[in-house]
Design a protein around this ligand. Structure first.
Ligand code: C2E
Ligand code: CA
Ligand code: CA
Length: 823
């Protein structure tokens, strides 16, 4: 029999009942006993039954003997009650006793245990769990190997400079219950906090109430650059040697690495969620180009599902529209490790094509070899659609759907470019619907819109499909007539369009009849420049509008000159206003009964520095068109009232001063105020001030005229109708306006002697005027015959060269002195 005292293995000899017969020193010290202490004791004192067969009263040795033991965790029990893993062999002896060979298995067990734990933790990390989910599990696993009174895992709270306990285990676990926060504010800094801050193991010694000394050691879990947690153990001092310390440090290191994976995982999950749900289509291929992953946007864009796409080469999307060289160049670029970007057309599953901008980035390994390619798509079709919509909004009129002014300009340019190559003749037509504003004012904008749509359709109906219609302004259309043989053709179409515009429109119960005007310019006769062509058509339209509704005009060089002169005139007039080039002449109106001057008409004159004296007939209408009539009127008004005042002061009191008024002034909001201000300034009675306006002005916007005339007459101002008789139907309307005087137009007076019809008209005007209680004045009386006839017909007063031409203030004063008596 071997001398068991001499072998290095731990040997124990027991009898068949389990009583220890012999034990060698190695074995005794393994269990922290002296050999004598154990002799005669039952083997289960140091080798208790396993958890698997707790009923085996004689201990683990007899389990082994019965062959019940395989890979079951066997433990030895030390004198102080701590258990430790062992490996156990039992050899039956000849005499019926047994020899037990015991090996301290802590090391292997530790490794196995840690390995198992690490694998489980890793698995849990990979499915997305965090330290908080498996901290308790780690502690349970460690407890199996290190049955310390306290072990806990915490999380470093950087901002709070503390450690928050996540889970704790052991008999003293109440010392660190979950959710406890250890911080700097404690009496002493907790080793766990220090360990996190210093990123290294920190140990401390503590004693319990009984004076037992413990080691408290904190092991931080370190990831790449951060502390991701901390394990703190409290162990009896004697049990914490450098081997155990080392083992814990390894565990902390291992957990740190696993938790780093957890962090990476979180980030990757974030990334992949971002990519999965990205608006842009993304796919990833392996190095040979086989697709291994696509995102949702990709499946929407291409029509292929994830399953249908994965495993394929991206060439399954090829439209065939890119030449092979295109792909060759692309592959060459990405194979060499560089990114590639380009626009290409791919084919959808349903066969339709879509345009994309693609960016392919190779993914390289640490040696610079391509392992994958990531392709990101930008769907240009959608963007191009959006661009198209914006294009439409900015280029088309929303009401009629017709191209707008800016597109019209663009299109004309293109058409002219083509036309000039093939010697094609083109007409530009501008069409305006007359007095459309009145439709909006009276019927409302909704009706106005409806009418415009109808008009747009009518205009389109007059041209062919090769022509081009745009709406360039509220009530203005522009048309490009292509390939016309001669200018007359454009005239015919203009005529046709105007006729169409004149067709009555049924609106609810009303029937509306409008009119239209057109201006025409021709390429290449008038000009070869598109902007000028537009300008010329516009000028011609302007001229047509002046000529009256339902007319059209061709552009002519003469018109061009006229318009250029007009522009010059406008500039000169602005200067003239500043440089006082305007002045007044006064023409007397003589009372036929008394022979006295009953009134004056102020007539404006312009002394142009180069052109000399200019007649108002030449500049008034330009002043009206440009709005300069407003300051001009103010000047005339003030000048005339000043003159009247000075005559009043001289004693000539019962006279009126008449000033001519233009239609443009109905638009001037301050008109009435200007008049009243001037009258007040010179303290002139309003009933001696007269405004002359033509009947056409009255008829143009009767409602507005009535409104303004009523205001004027309420403030005592007199109103005279100028050029009376030239505006036909006006007699019927006369009673509607608060008028004081009728001025029979010169044209009736001119032939009054020879023309019987004219006599009848003048007679009628005079009697009508008198019935309405109006004063009647005849204009343009140039001789005595006319004067006498008019006197006989009952005319109240006359104005004309025969009695007095328009004259300077000085001459007018002399005239007064001759004719009138002072009062
Ligand atoms: P009107 O208001 O009809 O003015 C009368 C025009 O007839 C004046 O021409 C006057 O010189 C002219 N006249 C007067 N007696 C005779 C005559 O016996 N025979 C002939 N053939 N003509 C005669 P004038 O001053 O050249 O003014 C022309 C037009 O210019 C005016 O016609 C008026 O409509 C406009 N006008 C003149 N001054 C002003 C003004 O200050 N403001 C505005 N808005 N218009 C003005
Ligand atoms: Ca007048
Ligand atoms: Ca007149």
């Amino acid at each position: 029999m071997t001398q068991i005292n001499d072998v290095s293995d731990a040997l124990i000899v027991i009898n068949e009942r389990g009583v220890i017969l012999r034990i060698n020193p190695v074995a005794a010290s393994l269990f922290d006993y002296h050999a004598e202490e154990l002799i005669g004791k039952h083997i289960k004192t140091i080798l208790p039954p396993t958890n698997q067969n707790p009923t085996e009263e004689k201990g683990v040795v007899f389990e082994v003997l019965k062959g019940q033991m395989e890979s079951v965790y066997k433990k030895g029990l030390k004198k102080n009650g701590f258990s430790f893993p062992i490996d156990l062999f039992v050899v039956p002896n000849m005499d019926g006793s047994y020899t037990c060979v015991v090996k301290d298995d802590t090391s292997r067990f530790f490794h196995e245990q840690i390995e198992t734990m690490a694998n489980v933790v890793l698995r849990r990390v990979l499915i997305g769990e965090g330290l908080e989910h498996f901290a308790a599990f780690i502690l349970e696993q460690l407890q199996e190997v290190f049955p310390f009174p306290l072990m806990w895992i915490g999380q470093y709270e950087k901002e709070e400079q503390g450690v928050l306990v996540m889970s704790s285990l052991g008999v003293l676990s109440q010392m660190a219950s979950p959710r406890t926060l250890f911080t700097h504010t404690d009496k002493a800094v907790h080793p766990a906090v220090l360990a996190c801050e210093r990123m290294t193991t920190v140990s401390d010694e503590v004693a319990d109430e009984n004076g037992n000394l413990y080691k408290m050691i904190a092991f931080p879990f370190l990831s790449k650059k951060d502390v991701v947690g901390v394990l703190t153990v409290l162990s009896p001092k004697e049990q914490m040697n450098h081997i155990v310390l080392n083992r814990f440090e390894n565990i902390a290191l291992r957990l740190g690495m696993i938790l780093q994976i957890s962090e990476d995982q979180k980030f990757l999950r974030l990334l992949s969620t971002a990519i999965s749900s990205a608006m842009n289509a993304v796919f990833i291929t392996e190095q040979h180009g086989k697709i291994i992953w696509v995102n949702e946007a990709f499946t929407h864009l291409t029509g292929y599902t994830f399953e249908e796409s994965v495993g394929k080469n991206p060439s399954f999307l090829y439209s065939g529209l890119q030449p092979p060289e295109f792909y060759k160049e692309m592959w060459h670029t990405i194979k060499s490790g560089r990114s590639w970007r380009g626009e290409l057309v791919d084919r959808h599953k349903d066969g339709s094509l879509f345009t994309i901008e693609q960016m392919i980035t190779p993914i390289l390994d640490y040696e610079g070899r391509v392992t994958h390619y990531v392709a990101v798509y930008d769907d240009l079709t959608a963007r191009k659609d959006a661009e198209g919509k914006i294009m439409h909004l900015s280029n088309y009129d929303q009401l009629t759907g017709l191209p707008n002014r800016s597109l019209f300009h663009e299109k004309l340019k293109q058409i002219i470019l083509k036309a000039s190559k093939v010697n094609e003749c083109i007409a530009v037509l501008f069409v305006d619907i007359s007095s459309f504003n009145r439709v909006n004012d009276t019927l409302g904008h909704a009706a106005g819109d409806q009418i415009l749509k109808i008009m747009a359709d009518r205009v389109i109906g007059c041209v062919t499909s090769k022509d081009w219609v745009a709406r360039i302004d509220g009530d203005e259309f522009a048309i490009i007539l292509r390939d016309i043989q001669q200018p007359d053709e454009a005239g015919d179409i203009a005529h046709q369009i105007i006729r169409q515009i004149q067709e009555p429109i049924k609106m609810d119960k009303d029937e509306i009849v409008l009119g239209g005007c057109a201006g025409i310019s021709i390429f290449p006769y008038d000009t070869r420049d598109s902007e000028k062509l537009i300008n010329y058509a516009d000028m011609s339209l302007f001229k047509a509008k002046k000529a009256g509704p339902n007319s059209y005009f061709f552009f002519s060089q003469q018109l061009n000159t006229e318009i250029e002169e007009r522009l010059k005139l406008e500039q000169d007039m602005r200067k003239a206003l500043i440089q006082n080039e305007f002045f007044l002449n006064y023409q007397p109106q003589v009372d036929l009964k008394t022979g006295h001057v009953s009134g004056w008409e102020a007539l404006v004159r312009w002394r142009h520095p180069q052109k000399g004296l200019i007649s108002p007939n030449l500049f008034i209408s330009a002043a009206e068109d440009t709005g300069l009539i407003v300051p001009l009127f103010t000047f005339v008004m003030e000048e005339a009232v000043k003159q009247l005042k000075s005559w009043n002061k001289m004693g000539y009191k019962d006279m009126t001063m008449a000033v001519n008024m233009s239609s443009a002034q109905f638009e001037d909001r301050d008109f009435l105020e200007t008049i009243q201000k001037v009258l007040k300034k010179y303290r002139v009675r309003s009933k001696t001030f007269e405004l002359e306006l033509t009947e056409s002005l009255l008829m143009k916007d009767a409602r507005k005229a009535q409104e303004i005339l009523c205001l004027l007459s309420e403030s005592g101002i007199r109103i005279a109708v100028d050029d009376f008789g030239t505006g036909y139907s006006s007699l019927n309307y006369l009673h509607r306006f608060p008028v004081n005087k009728l001025k029979i137009d010169r044209s009736f007076v001119k032939d009054i002697i020879s023309d019987k019809e004219n006599i009848a008209i003048v007679k009628a005007i005079i009697s009508l005027g008198h019935i309405l209680g109006l004063e009647v004045v005849a204009e343009g009386v140039e001789d005595a015959k006319q004067l006498h006839l008019l006197k006989r017909l009952g005319c109240d007063s006359i104005q004309g060269f025969y009695l007095g031409v328009p004259m300077s203030p000085e001459d007018a004063t002399l005239f007064l002195q001759k004719k009138n008596k002072k009062s």
